[in-house]
Design a protein. Sequence first.
Length: 354
Amino acid sequence: MRNLIRRSPQFFSILASFAIVIVGAYLIRDKIEVRKQGDSDLILTPDEIRALPADTLPVVLHRVDSSYGENTLAYAMLKLIMAKSGVKYTLGYSQSISDSSRGSRDIAGSLRPSRSNPDGVNIMLTGLGSQGLEGLRATTIPVTGGLLGLRVACVNSLSADRFKNVYSLEDLKHFIAVQGQGWTDARILKQGGLPTFEIETTLTYNLLNEGRVDYFPRSITSVESECNSGNNHYESVTVDPYIHIVHPAAWIYYVNPNNQRLYDAVVAGFKRALKDGSYAELLQNRIFTPWLKETLDFPNRRLLYVSTPLGDLLRNQVPSQYWLLPWDRFEKGEIKTGRDLCGYPVLEDLCNEQ
């Protein structure tokens, strides 16, 4: 063997190559395991939370699905307001994925990782008025300032002109909307007298694509990914070009009522971002994409306001200075088209001609 090694100068080269393969396989295995677990630089694990210094505030955002990243509005806005908060913090997503009901129970369970809150999740973004949030505290500042209330009707492309002659809620009552089961939107539409069919969320677009319902009102933050035929999986789903269905709606950050430190940081950061204009800038950059501005033709859209007791309740839960839309003018019937809103700073970009 010793002679073989001496006579084979390639021996060590082969041995080195073999070692590299073994080590590489080990490293790749580790990466695959990490990827499989969903870990990344954006996820804050329970062990990492426990290792944080006492003066560092963990901010663990509830992760509701696998499509997470720095570019989601929930994460981008939280990153902005925490940067403005003036506190030392570490921000990340929860390690596990869960629905809103489970997320709210975890947040209410404890402030740190525990048996009742395994991931240590401590903040979530969900709709104001959503059910199952009784154990949480709302920050009362809407992430989109109420822009979510500008609902776009996704329709079947075979009848894309069905709302061409719709000028009022009375006209709209001749059509059937679809909504996810238990959604706040569904309750508002029904209170407004609009025929609405509720179904499991995953089936909403199937019904629309098959022409079994007339329209699916979606927020302007969702319409590009969901109703743009170039992005979705439904050949017959497109965007109605004529109307917005408008009602008070907002996404709100919720925290544990005993997490005063996080609550104060979020509110303080929000107020500073509102004051220095960075909040409005983020909304314009994230929401008002070139596709959205071109597709909506916002100034020429007819705005149909749905006034309901539930809408009024949601509206009154948020201090008036935090709403970007003039709900009082909608109530008075002063807002009829998108052009009537073009004088409001945050909407100017949506009104610019392409």
